[in-house]
Design a protein around this ligand. Structure first.
Ligand code: PRP
Ligand code: ZN
Length: 294
């Protein structure tokens, strides 16, 4: 019997592609790129990878051509907004490729506040999200739909403002634009079609999803070890971010001191370590966690 393979759509190149492939790697999956680099087989699980343009991913998943996809929330939300027949659903919010859809205006132009957008023309690749936002603000404005290079529209005098993706802000700065307001916060999403798959395929989807969850929680989690005097313990444990019941171990030849080991499920910053030290902790070690399973 041949096992049914599931198909996952990933962005070929761009904002999401490297992080998406890294996530698969973190799940123990190695993508062997074929010569045309469009279709790759994964050996470890019955999964094939389709490398496509990000704009195509929502439709590939919605129509069932692919069983899974990793796509920016911006793109997903626009499709959901614009098309009644779009029924693909979000399986997991992946937490990477953070960016926002924002309205931006010329640095020294007349638009100073959201209300000033009334009766302007706004260039965007996200007409539905933009119009929904404008409606919520009781503002009427025209949209000029552009597929790319939206940021040049004000300079060409074909629009007064833009509504586009901002990540670092470098594109806006390079074009003398400044952010006026955020329309949508966006991150990478794992999506699937609404229809049920065969039991065999559902099983592969569930396994991949569990591995993704494990990889993502492990990335955010750290194993913290430190020494402390017993009297300082209550203060120190309070400072450990997101730690559940730490392990307390005796220290050889130091009856007043103990070692504390804890899994911290939130980021451990230098500031956290400085605070731990100030509370009486010493020999503080923060170790990465590679994999996690409950
Ligand atoms: C977006 C957007 C800007 C850029 C902003 O394009 O259109 O060009 O990213 O990023 P920054 O704030 O870090 O400068 P994207 O990379 O998504 O490419 P695409 O619009 O061509 O799909
Ligand atoms: Zn794109």
């Amino acid at each position: 019997m041949t096992t049914e393979r599931i198909r996952i759509a990933l962005q070929k190149s761009g904002r999401l592609s490297e992080d998406s492939l890294d996530l698969l790697k973190g799940c123990g999956l190695h993508v062997t790129r074929s010569r045309d680099q469009l279709f790759c087989r994964i050996k470890e699980l019955p999964i094939d990878v389709l490398l496509v343009r990000d704009d195509d991913i929502p439709n590939f998943v919605n129509s069932g051509i692919c069983d899974l996809g990793i796509v920016g929330e911006n793109m997903f939300a626009e499709m959901q907004c614009a098309s009644h027949s779009f029924s693909a659903i979000v399986l997991e919010r992946l937490g990477f490729s953070l960016c926002r859809l924002a309205v931006a205006v010329p640095d020294n132009g007349p638009i100073r506040a959201i209300a000033d957008l009334a009766n302007t023309t706004i260039a965007t690749s996200y007409p539905c999200l933009l119009q929904t936002f404008l409606k919520s603000q009781n503002i009427q404005a025209k949209t000029l739909v552009m597929k790319g290079s939206v940021e040049v529209a004000p300079r060409l005098k074909i629009a007064d403002a833009i509504c586009d993706i901002v990540a670092s802000g470098a594109t806006l700065a390079a074009n003398n634009l400044r952010e006026l307001t955020t329309v949508l916060q966006s991150q990478a999403l794992l999506i699937r079609p609404a229809q049920k798959l065969s039991p065999e395929k559902e099983d592969v989807v569930n396994r991949l999803r569990a591995r993704m969850q494990g990889t993502l929680t492990a990335e955010d989690s750290k194993y913290v070890m430190l020494h402390a005097e017993k009297t300082h313990l209550p203060d120190i444990i309070k400072l450990l971010p997101g730690a559940e019941s730490p392990t307390i171990l005796p220290l050889q030849g130091q009856p007043d001191k103990v070692a504390v080991h804890a899994v911290c499920r939130e980021s451990v910053f230098w500031e956290t370590m400085e605070r731990l030290q100030a509370a009486g902790a010493s020999a503080i070690l923060v170790l990465p966690i590679e994999k996690m399973m409950a």
